[in-house]
Design a protein around this ligand. Sequence first.
Ligand code: AMP
Length: 119
Amino acid sequence: MAGEPQADCLFCKIATGDIPATVVRETETTIAFRDVSPKAPTHVLVIPKAHYPDAASLAAAEPGIAADVLREAGQVAADEKVDGQGYRIVFNTGAGAGQTVFHAHAHVLGGRGLEWPPG
Ligand code: AMP
């Protein structure tokens, strides 16, 4: 069923605590943790606890939770004090765009200059 945990999903296992992560924020619907391979001084992932394969499918099925993810991404940026200088929220969608974990997640990147457009 849509949103149900998937046995083979890494981020579902982080959401349930079965795989450890450095958690920085948690709400009823979301969890935020540091990326294991950071691409910037601040690199935090915000995920919905419910399983959806990407941001668009999450927003279509659960717009309130999609909004929670975005709100939490902003809170992470504020907590990390990168909101003043500017930061980036990225949802890689599809393997061709670099998505490797097919559980919706926002990358919150900051703490260095961020080029535009990204590669
Ligand atoms: P994406 O490539 O957009 O699907 O992003 C997946 C991200 O998850 C990558 O930036 C990985 O470095 C990160 N990642 C993979 N495994 C873990 C883990 N166990 N804990 C934290 N971050 C992870």
